[in-house]
Design a protein around this ligand. Structure first.
Ligand SMILES: O=C(O)c1ccccc1NCC(=O)[C@H](O)[C@H](O)COP(=O)(O)O
Length: 211
């Protein structure tokens, strides 16, 4: 059975919709340049609404320890999702915080997938996400997808999730073609960047559950 993470939630109503319609994970973005950025206070308010069976994922871009400390403390995070981290930095974060760790691997070519190997023994899961044109500005959440055929025959070194450009209309095909056990979406359930749409969240989760 495939499960789903709804990423970049920033309002109680859309968070509640994700939970009500069956998300296994909800994501809070701690990256000021993102239209989905949440403050520590906002994250705390949102996290308090999340029941125990739904995992709270904090999304970070090469974060300092202080940022992680504050986010974990405010939102009682279950998972740290790291973008643009080296294996050494991810290992240090794991050693210090001891929380489930996901590492995003940005994909455009088949060769990009090999970056996952370096996180064996460090990350619990790799999130294969589409490489963005300007990863310094925004390494995720741009609604871009990569060629799913790149995953054909790939031997995954770790548990993994599929991300990048998914939406209610394409997620079933994405799961069928890749065999993903977890899918992640942000833009595809928004009406505009940073504004989640309850109906699209419901449609996405319904499409996943129908498989
Ligand atoms: O969503 C963001 O704004 C974001 C900013 C900085 C780093 C990561 C970010 N998102 C990470 C996610 O997990 C997104 O869900 C993932 O990139 C897929 O996004 P989309 O293609 O828009 O569905």
């Amino acid at each position: 059975m495939t499960t789903a993470k709804i990423c970049g939630l920033s309002t109680p109503a859309t968070l509640d919709a994700a939970i009500r319609h069956g998300a296994s994970h909800v994501g809070f973005v701690f990256f000021p340049a993102s239209p989905r950025h949440v403050t520590f206070d906002k994250a705390a308010e949102l996290a308090a609404r999340v029941p125990g069976h739904v995992a709270k994922v904090g999304v970070f871009v090469d974060p300092e320890d202080e940022m992680l400390e504050q986010a974990i403390a405010s939102a009682a995070l279950d998972v740290l999702q790291l973008h643009k981290v080296t294996p050494a930095r991810a290992a240090a974060i794991r050693a210090r915080f001891g929380i489930e760790l996901w590492v995003a691997v940005a994909v455009r070519t088949r060769g990009d997938l090999d970056a996952a190997d370096a996180f064996v023994g460090v990350a619990d899961r790799i999130l294969y996400d589409a490489k963005t044109p300007d990863s310094a500005a925004l390494p995720g959440g741009m609604g871009l997808r990569f060629d799913w055929d790149l995953l054909d025959g790939f031997r995954h070194p770790l548990r993994w999730a599929l991300s990048g450009g998914l939406d209610p209309a394409n997620v079933a095909e994405a799961i069928r073609r890749t065999g993903a056990e977890l899918v992640d979406v942000s833009s595809g359930v928004e009406s505009e960047p940073g504004t989640k749409d309850e109906a699209r969240i419901a449609a996405f989760l319904k499409a996943v559950a129908a498989l």
